[in-house]
Design a protein around this ligand. Structure first.
Ligand SMILES: *[C@@H]1O[C@H](CO)[C@@H](O)[C@H](O)[C@H]1NC(C)=O
Ligand SMILES: *[C@@H]1O[C@H](CO)[C@@H](O)[C@H](O)[C@H]1NC(C)=O
Ligand SMILES: *[C@@H]1O[C@H](CO)[C@@H](O)[C@H](O)[C@H]1NC(C)=O
Ligand SMILES: *[C@@H]1O[C@H](CO)[C@@H](O)[C@H](O)[C@H]1NC(C)=O
Length: 288
């Protein structure tokens, strides 16, 4: 969610290629340049053909990387009434963001090719395989008008979507308030596309910003940004429906992504001095 780390990186997306040996991984670090002045990149995702990465940005657009020659192209946006003149290039925390949209978590359903998006203002949104046919599935119209949707993951074989609501009290534009508070009004939710039903799995979370499903679907990891922790929520087995502390971190955990061999990667902000000048770190966690 909290675009702050990405504000630092500005118009550059850093791709970390996973590799068994850290020294080799270092040599594979590439930077992919975004069209200026796009900022606030979040949640890289790849489609079912391995295309991408797709990334969300502060101005409400989702971009797709199509190769070194063309770079990133505009793929979709979440807001039904997005005005390019007003919105293109918009930075985080501006009032117009509420109408331009702010996609945060991204994840593909690899069976249907649909892209699911957790948008901070428009809730859970589905985008068709070619970037069109945008449908709001769970959003302010159907519930809490303050819904601040944030992290998201899609279960590969069932298409079930897990997503987080960072706070029920604050919107992203008021983000400094929960960060300087002890807000615990966040939730972890499940959307089942076969029934269109949304269920709350966990509540009273301290700004849950990222969620990822394990490779075998037996558990989820959810990050609590304000508590510096990762919780594990069991979905199958004898402990199903219970949660436990999985990891305590030295900084604020944001998005979590799982790779195809089951490793989780967690982006962590470590604030030294002012929260306005965060440093960024990525921890690989070999968790399965
Ligand atoms: C977009 O916003 C600009 C500037 O406010 C305005 O002139 C224009 O009419 C708007 N376009 C649409 C389609 O609403
Ligand atoms: C939107 O959905 C319709 C009906 O399923 C389909 O014909 C059309 O190609 C889709 N458009 C895009 C841009 O995906
Ligand atoms: C779910 O919603 C979509 C449109 O939003 C509708 O086409 C579909 O029939 C619904 N499915 C169920 C099982 O209600
Ligand atoms: C977990 O919750 C689901 C849905 O409420 C229920 O069907 C299932 O039996 C529960 N499992 C366990 C082990 O409690």
């Amino acid at each position: 969610m909290l675009n702050m780390p990405m504000v630092v990186i500005s118009a550059t997306l850093v791709i970390f290629l996973l590799c068994s040996y850290p020294s080799v991984a270092t040599t594979l670090l590439n930077k992919l340049q975004l069209p200026s002045p796009v900022t606030g990149l979040e949640s890289p995702a790849f489609d079912r053909n391995g295309g991408g990465p797709y990334v969300s940005s502060s101005d409400g657009r989702i971009f797709k990387y199509v190769g070194p020659t063309e770079g990133f192209i505009e793929y979709a946006s979440t807001s039904p009434n997005r005005n390019k003149t007003v919105c293109d290039g918009l930075a985080d925390f501006s009032a117009a963001q509420a109408t331009c949209g702010r996609p945060l978590g991204l994840g593909f359903n690899h069976q249907t090719g649909d892209l699911y998006v957790a948008d901070a203002y428009f809730g859970l949104v589905k985008i068709g395989p070619y970037g069109g046919n945008v449908t709001q599935l769970v959003g302010p119209a159907q519930g809490n008008s303050n819904r601040f949707t944030d992290g998201l993951d899609v279960v590969p074989y069932t298409g079930v979507v897990y997503f987080t609501e960072a706070s029920a009290n604050f919107q992203l534009k008021d983000f400094e308030t929960p960060v300087n508070s002890v807000d615990k009004s966040g939730s972890l939710l499940k959307y089942d596309p076969s029934t269109n039903e949304t269920t709350v799995l966990l509540s009273n979370l301290a700004v849950p910003s990222g969620v990822a499903v394990s490779r075998d679907g037996s558990f989820l990891l959810v990050s609590e940004y304000l508590a510096n922790i990762i919780q594990r929520v069991w979905r199958k087995g004898p402990n199903a429906n219970s949660s436990e502390l999985f990891m305590l971190l030295a900084g604020r955990p944001d998005n979590i992504k799982r790779n195809s061999i089951g490793d989780f990667w967690i982006s962590v902000n470590s604030f030294i001095g002012s929260p306005r000048s965060p440093r960024r770190a990525i921890f690989p966690g070999d968790l399965e």
